[in-house]
Design a protein around this ligand. Sequence first.
Ligand code: IPM
Ligand code: MG
Length: 367
Amino acid sequence: MEYRIAVIEGDGIGPEIVREARKVLLRIAALYGHHFEFRELLMGGSSIDRFGEPLTEETLEKCRASDAVLMGSIGGKVGVSPWYLLPPEKRPEAGLLKLRKGLGLFCNLRPAKLYPELRNACPLRESVIGDGFDLMMVRELTGGLYFGERSTVREGGELVARDELCYRESEIRRVARKAFSIAGGRRGRLCSVDKANVLDSSRLWRRIVEEEGKACPEVELSHALVDSTAMLLVRKPGSFDVILTENMFGDILSDEMAEIAGSLGMLPSASLREDRFGLYEPSGGSAPDIAGQNIANPLAAILSAAMLLRYSLELPKEAEDVETAVEKVLRDGCRTKDILEEKKGLKLLSTEEMGEEVAAKLRGPLR
Ligand code: IPM
Ligand code: MG
């Protein structure tokens, strides 16, 4: 089959890690007889440098005309990069938000699982890790504080900044439905996270999620407050299956999840809507401090490519092949710098070598 994949390498380590994800996809194409047409597009800082804005209409259109978008990461160092001297709506992050909104990607999946080989990279105590954890965050991605009205004005002789937090019933309902369906396909437990003891938007959130839960009695639904969830994640991470939450809480909790899973360099993500189209990117940032050194961990980008195969191209066997290959390289002791530990038998690999190891471990269809 032929598929069209838009590729946004992005800034910082983006180009290095996306290159390895593409390498893996090309190997999959060769093994399974698919054809992937990659279309390179600019977004974020690199688009600012070229076109003076972080996301052009043309790039957005080209993304829309693809089956899926594979992305690296965008942005630079605040205070160092000239991009941050621009007004907020012209900065790299504004491009990412416009892309998510413009493509209607309201449902962001961030799976965090602790690979047995990476137990030592997890900062939690052995007794807390227990049997490990395998959790999935479903983060609402096109509403809430990120997309409300903003203003900074002078009032009564001082500056006042406002950010509106608004959620519509329909926005909550559609992401809740996705979360129930995902929980139904996993261990059947969904924890909806809010701040219903303070916020109206959270009280509506809880009410709508509760309503949607009535249609899914097979999924065990619970509600938790975001502060207590932040605590439980480091105290009993194994107690979660699927976490559903709004945009801002999801942003914060997903970095915490990445940390306990060993490294931001391990966490993939998929941003979806109702149809098969999606955008796939590592959950971590552009890590400008290590960019261009060939030391970044490409596994989050490679695992994002696996999610692309699964959700957008509907190629579950191929997706599994990639995920199994990643498990194998970890089992073989291959490590990039971020997940290396002092232990016999481990091999320190560059970004490029890690990509090659994964590509070499792909098995293809069983003949
Ligand atoms: C993320 C990132 C983005 C977000 C930034 C870069 C705008 O932190 O994907 O988690 O806040 O959503
Ligand atoms: Mg974030």
